[in-house]
Design a protein around this ligand. Sequence first.
Ligand code: MG
Length: 502
Amino acid sequence: MKSNQIKELKKRLLEIAHLASISRLLNWDQEINLPAKGADYRAASISELSAILHTKLLNLDTDNLLTKLKKEVDSQKIRGKEAIIINETWRTFDRERKLPEDFVRELAEVSSKAQTVWIEARKKNDFSMFLPWLTKIVKLKRKETEYVGYTVSPYDALLDQYEPGMTTAEVSKTLDNLKVFLVPFLKQIRDSKQKINSKALNGKFPIDKQVEFNKKILAKIGFDFDAGRLDASVHPFADGLHPHDVRITSRYALNDIFYSVSSTIHEAGHALYEQGLPVEHFGTPLAESVSLGIHESQSRFWENMIGKSLSFWKYFYPSLRKDFPESFTKLSTDDFYKAINKVEPSLIRTEADEVTYNLHIILRFEIEKGMIEGTINLKDLPKIWNSKMKEYFGIEVPTDSLGVLQDVHWSGGGIGYFPTYTLGNLYSAQFYQAMKKDIPDLPKKVAEGNFIVIREWLRKKIHVSGKTYTAESLVKKITGENLDSKYFTEYLTEKYTKIYNL
Ligand code: MG
């Protein structure tokens, strides 16, 4: 009886997974291939499919199937992998059913319109144009927190969607600790006499040759081209349709090859995670990533800890030189390494270096927490933003387009998402520490081009277990400790003390 019910649940989940996969494919196609006139019709197709998915998700409990199974799990009659499938499915279902259909539709509509207004407001550098829409979004998101429920901060209810189990209080504490380190550390770097010339990276790099170089890196670090592909888009992304079909994109600039290389390695980190999920569990939470933070730990790890390390370029620089002799023959490996790791306070989050990146996130987290908890007045946002930029980065914000209006997240309703970027950085540093203990001579292996040991370590420790562990328990299992920002600050200190002679 029980096994029949589980079989039925898996069948329903598999249907959802296939439809979700089709929806992802439509999205991917929209970014890569869609003719301009097809945009409206594509949006309609995707929204039609979203409605079907919503219904299918609620229908998981038809005949009380899921409710019954959840009771069996709660009374410990079902344990192990099946209990994980049921608990995690319940979590998604429970959130979905708490949101009234009218509310979901209103939020989708308002976010869609708000995004259009935001694009225009950013172009015109006009925050007042965006303000009424942001006000609507925040009001709806606060309503969402009431529907979903929370015990301490309403922000908990939003964060939980992206980083299950993590609380606002924990994030606040972790990010505060990090800020106490980062602000003076950045000042120390700015005051250093060591100046780095990143212009040395500029040159002329034909796009087709860049693509070939990026593919070379992907193949070497273990991206499976028989189970994925690389394309180009304005904003790079990774999308896993199935472990055997993982699509990534990069972006290209003719004068700067590192622009594409860093994006490609970042997205490859996401892709390796998706390709490493266990195929046999496709459709169930056992073949899904733990959280956005853990996903980002994979991309950040490859992008920064590996892709911006000296060992990595000891291996790849000769090949880069061979492909682009005019630009790099005269630049030493060491100077190249320094140039790609230049630290500089800047206005735009997505272009920030490893040291300043998290200050951008801390600023956004503090503001969005205030928006949801109702402690800040939305019309003061530009003023608050600019004063925090001054305080944390030491720079003036010339326009709102380069300040409070720069990110897409708030206009799309993605409040609670930002902290997962920094959590990803912190997880990655802590995992890296554990990896170095497990793999002797790791930098030497990297310098020899042996990246597969790394991919296999990540696969075994993280990828194959899907959602078996929460982020918290996974960190504990792998590193023996709870999440601690000291691993990240130690990593930064060691690396940048050498680069900047601190
Ligand atoms: Mg990412």
